[in-house]
Structure formats: C-alpha cells, structure tokens
Write a protein that binds this ligand. Sequence first.
Ligand SMILES: O=C(O)[C@H](CS(=O)(=O)O)OP(=O)(O)O
Ligand SMILES: [Mg+2]
Length: 231
Amino acid sequence: MNIEIMQGDGRTPAASDINVVIDVIRAFTVAHLAFIHGVKGIFLAATLEEAFCLKKEMRDLLLAGEEKGLLIDGFDLDNSPARIGRADLQGKFLVQKTTNGVKAALHALDAKLVLVTGFSNARTTAEYIKRNWLKSNPAIGVNIIASHPTGDDDLACAEYISGMLRETFAPSAEETRLRILSSEAARKFYDPGKPEFLPADMEFCSTELPSDFVMAVNRRKGIPFVEKVIV
Ligand SMILES: O=C(O)[C@H](CS(=O)(=O)O)OP(=O)(O)O
Ligand SMILES: [Mg+2]
C-alpha cells in the first residue's frame, strides 16, 4: 500500500486508486451530520453562481456553506455542525460551498474512489477502505488530502487515518482530538469577541460519531455529488 498525505486545497493530487479528502473544521463534519439527520445527497459547488443556479433548477435544495466562516447571503444554512443538527433535513438534498473542504474535494475527483470525511467519521472511513479495498489489493495507492493549507486539524486527521490503514494506530484518537482542538482553525470558536462561531461546533468536530456509512463523491447530472455508501 502506498499512502501519500498532502496538505492544501488547490492542488490536484497525483493519480491514485483512492482519494480521501479531509475537512474537520467544518465542512465534512457538517456533511456527516447532515446525512445522519436524513439528507439524501450533497452537491458540491465550486462557486456561489453554481450554487444559486442549482437552486433555481432544483427548488427543494438547501444551500449550505460559508464565506470567511459566515452564512452566505441567500443561503439556507451556514457551515455549523451544531446548527445543521437543528434544521429539518429529512429527505432533503444540499448544496455545499465552502472555502477549503469543498474546494479540495473538487480538485481530487480523479480516482476510482473519492471519499470525504471529518474526524467524526474517520475511523469508519479507514475501516471501509481496509475491508473493501486493501484486503483484495494490498498494493493500492491512497492519497489523503488535508484540505486546510496550513492548519493542523485536517493534517492530524489525515495522520490518524493513515495510522489506521497502516495498522500502527498512531496518532491515537485522543491525540488527534487534542490536535484538532488546539489547531489554528479552532481558535475563533473560543473567542468571546466572535459569538457567531459556536464552541459547540468544536465538540462536534472533535468527537467520533460511529455511523454505518462513508461519504463517497460521484456525479449526478454531471455535478460532483456526495452520497452515503453503507459499509
Ligand atoms: O476555511 C474556512 O473558512 C471554512 C472553515 S470555517 O467555516 O471557517 O470553520 O471552510 P471549510 O471548507 O469548512 O474548511
Ligand atoms: Mg476546514
């Protein structure tokens, strides 16, 4: 098995069998919770124009995401895992547009399997790869893309997944959780001068939440589309 960890959202990874794109704070933690709360699928939009166009074509879509971490004018939901859990999402479809996670995923579509995850579903994602791909092909290539260009939250999670795939189990879940909470991206959530950023979001982003699915990126209507794959 050849595992490459890379950091940043603007590069196209080298060809590989599997690309795993990580965004812990907050996009793919939001996506994981959205599926747990009944969302049927998530379109990934590169631009605001694309997101609004999709909404015009498919009226029952909810637009979710952020610019500079904040709710976008005309969007239904921001990028908060705590708030997404309070919305009525049963049977709905989302469009996500975010700064790092969505951008990195859109650069990483060229692989046999593309998965996205935060820390909350990292273990399930690693176990899925081991069981369904590594067992039958131990020489497989896996890129793990930590979408934040400089911060440690996604890198910590990428190393956590790599450790599970290699069966070194280092760093541990607890070490990874602490790195997420002390990362640069987590800081604004604890700033009393920024009440729009909820400390509760960091709880969601740093807690493992076992689920029976991984999040795979395929295409629907030609558009990158995240769907649940039951493990
Ligand atoms: O980097 C960003 O601005 C966001 C993170 S957050 O909403 O400010 O937490 O984008 P993301 O793609 O979720 O990393
Ligand atoms: Mg992020």
